[in-house]
Design a protein around this ligand. Structure first.
Ligand SMILES: Cc1cc2nc3c(=O)[nH]c(=O)nc-3n(C[C@H](O)[C@H](O)[C@H](O)COP(=O)(O)OP(=O)(O)OC[C@H]3O[C@@H](n4cnc5c(N)ncnc54)[C@H](O)[C@@H]3O)c2cc1C
Length: 387
């Protein structure tokens, strides 16, 4: 891919998707420039994520991408040398009501069809895995032992280091203010400081993807949706899996938490109704709401002290799945947007797929299946069950 242009590919956004995509492209020999509006990588939604990575989805595209991510993160210390605090602690979706039991059991069929290691555990079996769960009313839950979690900040930085080592160029504090088009094809971008040429421009702008698409006259259906997270003081190790409770309650749809290898419990909650908008200032409602739910689920957490809370943005799509693919209207414009609550875990797997897409390597059937499912031109109908 050589041309007169300064770069082969320009990625707008050094976040959960842009950084691993830049790494995979640079490793494939692509001359890639990545621009971000903020002063360093991962300052958008990436740093707000709590670090959960699972392959146990109900959507085959997410399953394929996150299986790849798991492979990348699990072998990261060996392949690249950084400690990213990966823990194969598994994920457990717990059920205290028949509705959740039915939903979770219903998903096992597709999950097994894709070869995922996940099963239903009854109450006693689940308590062996998570002894501190509230026993009252517990029916059981799913457990997927191969899923896990790592440090968001360490993985983000490790990916950035590896991208730079492979030859990717990063420019920070450079908001992209224009995308240049010549005869129906992308020609480059304008930032607040400079102009750059490239035949391929990737929108990986996360919660700001709609504004970036707007530079070309598109109206991408991606809306920022506020979610808050928090972290406690470190305590002695007592919890392995990420615990997810999908029971709706007043003010929240679900919440999830796990214990880091360094002892802190990290948690977040999905507000209900959604809090649309790009305000990243944390509220005083979140902590009392999530604390009550977590202590109810795991009474042992009653006396743990919270050190910090924060607020970040999910880049929400209408059906809970990302939009990935080339524009049909403007040649060379590639979308990798709408990651919703899963961009951190999708990023590394998606980065490799995006590299194959731009190098026009042969895309195999599995890649094609992912791209068909995530097509930006699909009809937006249902919502994935475990979004
Ligand atoms: C509380 C919370 C917990 C979460 N927990 C998890 C989790 O456990 N696991 C998981 O997988 N996901 C989780 N997520 C979701 C995850 O954080 C997002 O899905 C993911 O970060 C989105 O990745 P992205 O690359 O699309 O966006 P971002 O990481 O936000 O990257 C987009 C980048 O584009 C840049 N940008 C935007 N516009 C411009 C422009 N005009 N010019 C230049 N740069 C621009 C931004 O500055 C930003 O750095 C969580 C989110 C929150 C808020």
């Amino acid at each position: 891919m050589t041309s007169r242009s300064t770069y082969d590919v320009i990625i707008i956004g050094a976040g959960s998707v842009g950084v691993p995509a830049a790494m995979a492209m640079a490793q494939a020999g692509v001359k890639v420039l990545i621009l971000d509006q903020f002063a360093s990588s991962g300052q958008g939604s990436n740093k707000a994520a709590i670090g959960g990575i699972r392959a146990t989805h109900s959507d085959p595209a997410k399953i394929r991408l996150t299986l790849k991510t798991l492979e990348i993160v699990k072998t990261w210390p060996k392949t690249h040398g950084h400690n990213i605090e990966w823990t194969t602690g598994g994920y457990s979706f717990v059920a205290y009501r028949e509705q959740e039991e039915k939903t979770l059991k219903g998903l096992l069929e597709v999950q097994h069809a894709y070869g995922l290691n996940i099963d239903w555990l009854d109450k006693d079996e689940l308590l062996e895995v998570i002894p501190d769960l509230n026993r009252d009313g517990l029916i059981g839950g799913t457990f997927s032992p191969q899923d896990g979690h790592c440090s968001t900040l360490l993985l983000g930085h490790a990916l950035y280091d590896a991208a730079k080592a492979a030859g990717a160029t990063f420019r920070f504090s450079e908001p992209v203010t224009g995308i240049c088009v010549n005869n129906g094809r992308v020609a480059g971008v304008k930032s607040a400081k400079e102009n750059y040429d490239a035949p391929v421009v990737i929108n990986a702008a996360g919660p700001w993807a709609r504004q970036v698409g707007g530079l070309l006259g598109f109206d991408h259906p991606v809306r920022p949706d506020s979610h808050e997270g928090g972290i406690t003081e470190p305590v002695a190790h007592f919890l392995n899996p990420m615990v997810v409770d999908i029971r709706p309650a007043p003010g929240s749809a679900n919440y999830y938490f796990f214990q880091l290898g360094t002892g802190q419990v990290v948690f977040c909650i999905t507000p209900s109704p959604n809090i649309w908008g790009d305000d990243r200032r944390e509220t005083s409602n979140f902590l009392p709401m999530v604390a009550r739910r977590m202590v109810d689920l795991m009474p042992r957490l009653e006396n743990i002290r919270v050190r910090r809370t924060w607020r970040g943005l999910y880049p929400m799509s209408p059906d809970g799945s990302p939009l990935v693919g080339w524009s049909r209207e403007i040649e060379g414009y590639l979308m990798a947007i709408g990651m919703c609550g899963q961009g951190f875990m999708l990023g590394p797997g998606l980065g490799e797929l995006l590299a194959r897409v731009v190098t026009q390597d042969e895309l195999d059937e599995k890649d094609q299946e992912v791209l068909d499912i995530l097509s930006p031109y699909r009809e937006f109908a249902g919502m994935e069950a475990l979004k």
